[in-house]
Design a binder for this molecule. Structure first.
Ligand code: ADP
Length: 248
């Protein structure tokens, strides 16, 4: 795609991506381009392939065909410009580290592996914790945090990476109202600074309020574009195969 220059500026573009697990196709012929400085929600029913899309983009799953491009390049070439926030439930929270440790881990690229964390690094990590309202929990073991607090720490870890593109897998799942507001305010702040985020989101009621754009997915792209154009009952019926009871 970048050969004709069309996707060169796009923080993330999919070019005819097909993914299968043990010969069962999960994503078929996915093509899209995310414009810079936008917040995109990835929306679709359970099993639609939302997590698979993110994992494939990051090279954790190999596509059968096609490729993802970040800023017109492969993921390896742009590593530091992309930050990934995995699903909270996919992480072992019993690991004996503090909130501050987790945020400092986001700085390792800057610090260098096996080098000591210095006061200025801790200062940057504390700033990020403060931005998500977690400064008072810096020394707390992560196993002793609520789900919402864990998610805020994850966000702080992403913030210190100073990435240009943020990929987040369900950051609002199971969090309290205050955490939801904090995460959305932070995403809006990043967007206003010209950063880009793609976020798996499950709550159809808040999609248009929180996000500029939507990628509606069910094993293939059902619709993609401005939230108001994508979140129509026609598209939602198509994506959810008539399983949606309430369409507002
Ligand atoms: P979503 O995030 O939209 O709920 P997923 O990407 O997690 O969807 O899963 C899409 C489909 O792929 C589902 O049917 C799921 O069961 C299947 N799947 C996901 N991961 C694997 C895996 N590692 N091996 C085999 N099948 C998988």
């Amino acid at each position: 795609m970048s050969s004709n220059g069309s996707a060169g500026n796009s923080p993330l573009a999919a070019c005819e991506v097909t993914v299968a697990y043990r010969n069962t196709p999960v994503l078929t012929d996915l093509s899209f381009e995310v414009p810079p400085g936008t917040l995109t929600a990835i929306v679709g029913p359970n099993g639609a392939g939302k997590s698979t899309l993110i994992k494939t983009a990051l090279g954790l799953v190999q596509p059968l065909k096609g490729q993802f491009e970040f800023f017109g390049k492969s993921f390896r070439e742009v590593d530091g410009r992309v930050s990934y926030v995995p699903q909270r439930t996919s992480v072992d929270w019993d690991f004996p580290v503090t909130s501050l440790d987790v945020v400092c881990m986001g700085l390792y690229r800057k610090i260098g592996w096996f080098r000591p964390v210095r006061a200025r690094h801790r200062g940057r990590a504390m700033e990020a914790l403060a931005e998500v309202g977690m400064q008072d929990y810096a020394k707390r073991q992560i196993s002793q945090l609520s789900g919402g607090q864990q998610q805020r720490v994850f966000l702080a870890r992403a913030l210190v990476q100073d990435a240009e593109l943020f990929l987040m897998d369900e950051p609002l799942a199971g969090v309290d109202v205050a955490t939801e507001k904090t995460i959305i305010n932070t995403l809006h702040r990043l967007r206003d600074e010209g950063k880009t985020a793609m976020v798996v989101h499950h709550d159809l009621d808040t999609v248009s309020e929180y996000f500029d754009r939507v990628l509606l997915l069910n094993r293939q792209v059902i619709a993609e574009g401005a939230a108001k154009d994508v979140m129509t009952s026609e598209h939602l019926k198509q994506a959810y195969s008539g399983k949606l009871l309430i369409l507002s």
